[in-house]
Design a protein around this ligand. Sequence first.
Ligand code: ZN
Length: 359
Amino acid sequence: MPDSARYSRQTVLPEIGPEGQRKLAEASILCVGAGGLGSPALLYLAAAGVGRIGIVDFDRVEESNLQRQILFATAQVGQSKAKAAGARIAALNPLIAIEAYEGELDAENAGPLFKDFDLILDGTDNFAAKFLINDAAVKYGKPWVYAAIQGFAAHVSVFNHAGGPCYRCLYAEEPTERILNCAEAGVIGAVAGLAGVTQALQALQIITGHESFQPLSGKLWTLDARTMEARTIALPRDPVCACCSLPPEEIVLSYTPQVCAIDEVREIGVAEAMGLTGAVFLDVREEYEWAGGAIEDAQFWPLSQMMEGEMPDLPQGRTVVLYCQKGIRSLQAAYILKAKGLNNVVNLAGGYDAWRRAQ
Ligand SMILES: [Zn+2]
């Protein structure tokens, strides 16, 4: 039974009321990923009294997570995220049921898991996982709440809900400009928090369903957290979408985990890079990093600009050595430039850090 004191500040709202609270108590939500998005989302969903919450995460808590993954305490470094997250929200609200799945969502377990929940919340940080969530959600008829963050940009939408589009109506195939992993790209915890809290609010709107609520189905909400300028862009459904235009039984789930190092781009060490004659060095870090020191005579063009489709003007006949701080963002940049037809790019393994150590 709903605890009347616990939920009184929301049941007093006419948009929620005892009826909305009952719907929340009867609802089930599966959160894929207990990271920067999942942390705030799970806390608010549990606090609001969502009756059953599933948490899928294969990872362990690391010290570098604590800056944004507010479910976890310093003493939990090394513990399973799924279990630690489950324990945290159980302590917050003992009236709800919590199921923690330690493992990665894949093409085999997505079906059985999704069938068992009313709504899916996406707390992942890569395209491969988001496509899998989308395809499984469409196949099993579940709405899902999407979010992505990059730097100071946050995006939130609702897919496969009330006749609206799915994620593949927006992106038919995995973009070649692979999404940056938070480990390297940089993120402010509060920006991830804004996106995760917005996701929780979307889920609560969909479940309680008051007529005044307008969930982000068919709309992409974007926020630039530098200026706090928010926009809502219409997302039409693609009538020939490769996923949601198919009958469910024809949707085939597949999942290839995203790996950071693929051997299509040649990587070279510092010694080899120093020995190159006539090579151009291209720094793809952000301006504040470039300003703090760079390789002599290097050119500058941040990866973030390439991801917005703006390409640097590079010589065709010379080797271009891409570098960033540690060699991961520059690898992404190399793939983008290769996709644009520039084949003379190599990646500096270890990045500027390795370069400086060799001086
Ligand atoms: Zn679609």
